[in-house]
Design a protein around this ligand. Structure first.
Ligand code: FSO
Ligand code: SF4
Length: 580
């Protein structure tokens, strides 16, 4: 195996025998096979479109689900290391089978369309992703052992000698960016938002990866252009998700969220899926059960159509990596929607329910349409909070500063810029992780001066969202503005673009500094979006991705003024940021 897709990869080079996350070689090989077969699905889908045909929605959906499901967006601690969840190899077999089925289906559709249109059929059989089949000795082999062996032929390093480390690094960055954007696109789809053009553009990129003109495929700058295209598609995906959230749950508005327990039976919900949250809130209200948010679910309190439920009682805990410290003390069932998950401890494993792409062996995986009652019964059978648990001086967290709420104050913000009361806007956000060096981001936030504001999003904010950073002068605008989940980095872009337009300048001329905490593929997608928008001076950390070679780094430094955060010297970074 070889995997270097996340921030914690071994020695910042790559995991080779087993993942730092605990991912086994078996799973890694099968992931590689699936990911490459999906490229062939994209190839035929793209060519079908060029021939005048249409890809069925279910194949787009499958593609996004495959890229999402097996990406390492979902992590767990195993003996103090991190790993993916849903490592059930049997499920990979099913996915690989489906990938072959859809690839072959699109091939037939493409060839039929060519015939109908009287255009020559291109032969792709020389491409290994296209010609791969499970047939051996006249029989289809669908065993885990066979697929694991076959996966080795599609390993990440396969292309390294052919393309060289630099081009290879960018090609991998394209794949990880696609995985991240697939996650957002799928969340949007579950909220009823979908746009075929996103699927078509993803298919075009997948097609380029295995069938592009050979010179272009080996050309660094061509690959970089496709990487920026991934960023552009991701911007559209995040916009769809933003729209989906607002259509269903209303425009977010500022709210104060208590972190004190409330007496009564209770359920804790963590993760990103607001759709699931609403279903749970509705039922819990009928049954007098209190629902608490955890991790990336905190922004639920900002949406009027979720806040209206009396069952939404407060927030409990912090970022995903603290689950094993926080969950034991929660006296009710815990629901994990698509989210990073930590290996459940015995003390709460039987109270943990997983949904959607999340899962853990031995934990109950439920479907809210069928199993809502089970969840409510689990709440009623648990101890719940009592009066004794109430914390009278508990912290409150301020949420709900979506782009609309911030831009409602655009006049005051612009006035503050003009009269010198607002010297800098910081964007400090992204993903959190367990490493101590991520305290860089909390030190940075804490030390930002009073004449600055911070826009934050994602679970990285738990490093500092409890801090009282006061207000900006006498504007009444809090200095710390929480836009929501990691996908709400879309909102930060909207705010920056609106401010730039009002000041008749470009985003890079704004007094704006970005410090982005990255962990895995969603952050790669967001990062590529920022580059696509031409945003410069991004500080990325705690370390740069392993697939960013010195050559790629130099290009990104020259073209985008990309910087690595100086984990040991956040104050030096801050001084540099303040000086523009
Ligand atoms: Fe955090 Fe996890 Fe939202 Fe992430 S919960 S780390 S990348 O999945 O998505 O910010
Ligand atoms: Fe290593 Fe990260 Fe890949 Fe896991 S996901 S194998 S930790 S690079």
């Amino acid at each position: 195996m070889f995997c270097f897709q996340c921030e914690q990869t071994k020695l910042r080079k790559g995991c080779t025998t087993v993942g730092v996350c605990g991912k086994t070689a078996e799973v890694a090989e099968m992931q590689d096979l699936l990911c490459n077969l999906v490229k062939a699905v994209g190839l035929y889908g793209h060519n079908l479109k060029l021939a005048g045909g249409k890809v069925p929605f279910e194949i787009f959906d499958f593609t996004f689900s495959s890229l999402f499901r097996w990406s390492n967006t979902i992590f767990v601690f195993v003996k103090n290391t991190l790993t993916n969840v849903n490592f059930d190899p049997k499920r990979f077999v099913e996915y690989i089978k489906k990938a072959c089925k859809y690839r072959n289906q699109l091939q037939l559709a493409y060839e039929a369309k060519c015939k109908e249109q009287n255009i020559p059929v291109k032969n792709f059989k020389h491409i290994s992703e296209v010609s791969w089949s499970p047939n051996r000795n006249g029989e289809e082999q669908w065993t885990i052992e066979f697929l694991t062996e076959e996966g080795k032929k599609f390993g990440v390093l396969r292309e390294m000698s052919d393309y060289g480390r630099d081009v290879h690094g960018v090609r991998e960055m394209i794949v990880y960016g696609l995985k991240g954007m697939s996650t957002y696109a799928r969340h949007a789809r579950l909220l009823g938002e979908w746009d075929d053009s996103i699927g078509e553009d993803v298919f075009e990129i997948l097609s380029f990866l295995i069938d592009g003109n050979k010179d272009q495929r080996h050309d660094l700058s061509t690959n970089l252009s496709w990487a920026l295209k991934v960023g552009e598609i991701n911007m559209r995906g995040m916009a769809l998700l933003d729209k989906g959230h607002r259509k269903r749950f209303g425009v977010p508005s500022p709210a104060q969220v208590t972190t004190s327990p409330k007496p009564g039976k209770c359920i804790l919900v963590t993760g990103h899926d607001m759709n699931d949250m609403e279903i749970i809130l509705k039922e819990a209200e009928k049954r007098n059960v209190n629902v608490f948010t955890h991790g990336e679910m905190l922004p639920a309190h900002g949406y009027p159509n979720l806040r209206k439920y009396k069952s939404l009682a407060g927030h409990y805990g912090g970022a995903w990596q603290n689950q094993k410290y926080e969950f034991p003390g929660f006296p009710g069932p815990i629901v994990v929607t698509t989210n990073c998950i930590v290996e459940p401890m015995k003390s709460y494993k039987d109270r943990l329910f997983t949904l959607n792409e999340t899962g853990w062996p031995g934990c109950k995986h439920i479907d809210l349409e069928k199993d809502l009652r089970k969840l409510m019964e689990a709440a009623n059978n648990s101890a719940g909070f009592t009066e004794k648990d109430v914390v009278s001086n508990a912290r409150t967290l301020k949420v709900g500063f979506g782009h609309e709420a911030i831009l409602a104050n655009a006049g005051k913000i612009l006035e503050s810029v003009e009269n010198g009361n607002l010297k800098r806007v910081f964007v400090i956000g992204g993903c959190d992780g367990s490493e101590n060096k991520r305290s860089y981001f909390s030190t940075l936030a804490k030390c930002t001066p009073g004449d600055s504001i911070i826009l934050t999003m994602g679970c990285a904010k738990y490093r500092f969202n409890h801090m009282d950073l006061g207000e900006l002068g006498d504007t009444g605008i809090p200095r710390l503005l929480d836009l929501g989940q990691c996908n709400d980095s879309y909102g930060a872009v909207v705010v920056a673009q609106a401010l730039a337009s009002a000041l008749k300048t470009d985003v890079n001329s704004l007094p704006l500094s970005l410090a982005v905490s990255w962990f895995e593929q969603k952050a790669v997608a967001v990062f590529l979006t920022l580059l696509h928008l031409g945003i410069q001076n991004i500080r990325l950390g705690p370390v740069l991705p392993a697939f960013v070679t010195p050559t790629i780094q130099k290009i990104l430094e020259d073209k985008f003024k990309l910087m690595s955060v100086d984990v040991k010297h956040p104050i030096d970074d801050l001084k540099e940021m303040m000086s523009g």
